[in-house]
Design a protein around this ligand. Structure first.
Ligand code: DOR
Length: 450
């Protein structure tokens, strides 16, 4: 058995000193500091083969990231499950849910099953996949095997991968799916195209990145998110609004406990970290869809997370090659890699007193497990899978090309200095990442729902 001794455990709303035993894939026992280890756990102590002194470290449940683009199949020049799951575990992400805008798109049960198979061969972390909706694949979404997907992804705004669902009747049908979580990308195509035409008329076709949030505007987000909420209310569907980016969209959200909500919401680390002030410094590196909006939007998103209107934090990890990120605001590909740095970024915001440690753990581990009904994951609890992360909270380091693990080898965070570092990551009780080294022979599991 492995003993993580005397850690600063962040779990279920508190931070306390304690020790955790791992036996096989699961947490065997948790002993708070005030109980005598010798008296309470004689047998466990005798059977311990490895002791990790975690006195100066934080112990967190592994991060569950519900929005990544690992680019398999077909786009593996940008990233693949093997490369990006390495970056994920090095960043403390022990489970991911991957999106369907691949080549081919994941829009049939067969494509979905192929992805699960590939992940079982290549992924260091646990995994699941969304199936994509289109204007005409409803029959696939109701086939029995489609239930293996963690949810249905609906692009209600265009983005990488040409998966826009713009037929109103198709949308109505998709929202009748009662046994799926419907996860939406919301940006009104009509508003985007109107803005685009307006700015091209005024300034020509060679527009810089500063036009991106003007074209993919706050209004585009609000109109589309409102439409998704209207449909969800009409059909009582479970709507999960992905990557909210504006203050106004928060008006659409409510405050009940997560278990009682039919409309849930995600915010991404980049919308919590960057604002439009950063475009002049970072240019296309921070081009995402939805775009990074104003400082006021960023502050409102942070507050909505604290208040409980926004339920979870994700990465929208979307790598592109450096070449693909070049050009004007229409040419540069939207998205950037993030899984290696998401947890560290959020812990930096704790250091700056923006968030608390328990809040980060709630939004990155506990809440995603509850939202997707994951079995025995997301918490440090006896009997649960030992998906665990040890973080050194006093390790200053700078993001640089040499320490990037993404296949695309660039990050919008290059040059940024952080004060936390992931030192060890356990997936299903296995030490997969150990201070720069990986156990390459290990493979994660498919996420199971209750
Ligand atoms: O919705 C998306 C898709 C993603 C990608 O590149 O796949 N990039 C983005 O910025 N937003």
């Amino acid at each position: 058995m492995i003993l993580i001794w005397n850690a600063n455990i962040v779990n279920e709303g508190t931070v306390y000193k304690g020790s955790v035993w791992i036996k096989g894939e699961r947490i065997k026992n948790i002993v708070p500091y005030y109980l005598s280890m010798e008296r309470e756990n004689k047998d466990d102590l005798q059977n311990t083969t490895t002791v990790i002194d975690a006195s100066d470290l934080l112990l967190l449940p592994g991060v569950i990231d519900d929005q990544v683009h690992f680019r398999e199949p077909g786009l593996t020049h940008k990233g693949d499950i093997y490369s990006e799951s390495h970056a994920a575990v090095a960043g403390g992400i022990t489970s991911f849910m991957d999106m369907p805008n691949t080549l081919p798109q994941t829009i049939t049960v067969k494509d979905l099953n192929d992805k699960f198979k590939k992940a079982s061969q290549d992924s260091l972390s646990n995994y699941s996949f969304f199936i994509g909706a289109t204007n005409d694949n409803f029959e696939e979404l109701i086939r029995p095997g489609a239930n293996r997907a963690i949810g249905v992804k609906v692009f209600m705004g265009s983005s990488s991968g040409n998966m826009l669902v713009d037929n109103p009747l198709a949308l109505e049908r998709i929202f009748t799916l009662s046994n799926h979580i419907i996860a939406t990308h919301c940006e009104s195509e009509t508003v985007i195209q109107t803005n685009r035409a307006k700015y091209i008329r005024k300034f020509g076709k060679c527009l810089g990145i500063s036009f991106h949030p003007k074209i993919r505007s706050a209004k585009a987000c609000y109109i589309s998110s409102s439409e998704a909420v209207r449909l969800a209310k009409k059909y009582c569907s479970h709507l999960h609004l992905l990557h909210l980016s504006t203050a106004r969209e928060i008006e659409l959200l409510t405050l009940e406990p997560l278990q009682e909500k039919r409309i849930t919401a995600e915010v991404c680390v980049h919308h919590l970290w960057f604002s439009d002030k950063d475009y002049s410094r970072l240019g296309n590196r921070i081009k995402w869809n939805p775009s990074i909006k104003t400082f006021a939007d960023r502050e409102a998103l942070r507050q909505a997370l604290i208040d409980g209107k926004i339920d979870i934090i994700a990465t929208d990890h979307s790598p592109h090659t450096w070449e693909e990120k070049q050009g004007g605001c229409f040419q540069a590909a939207p998205g950037a890699p993030m899984v290696q740095h998401a947890l560290i970024l959020m812990l930096e915001l704790c250091r700056q007193n923006v968030f608390t440690l328990p809040l980060i753990v709630e939004k990155m581990s506990h809440a995603p497990a509850r939202l997707f009904n994951l079995r025995d994951r997301g918490y440090i609890r006896k009997g649960y899978y030992a998906d665990l992360v040890l973080v050194d909270p006093k390790y200053r380091w700078t993001v640089a090309k040499e320490n990037l693990l993404y296949k695309c080898r660039w990050s919008p965070l290059e040059g940024e200095t952080f004060s936390h570092k992931v030192v060890k990551t356990f997936v299903n009780g296995h030490l997969v990442y150990d201070d720069g080294r990986f156990d390459d022979s290990f493979r994660g599991k498919e996420l199971c729902c209750k």
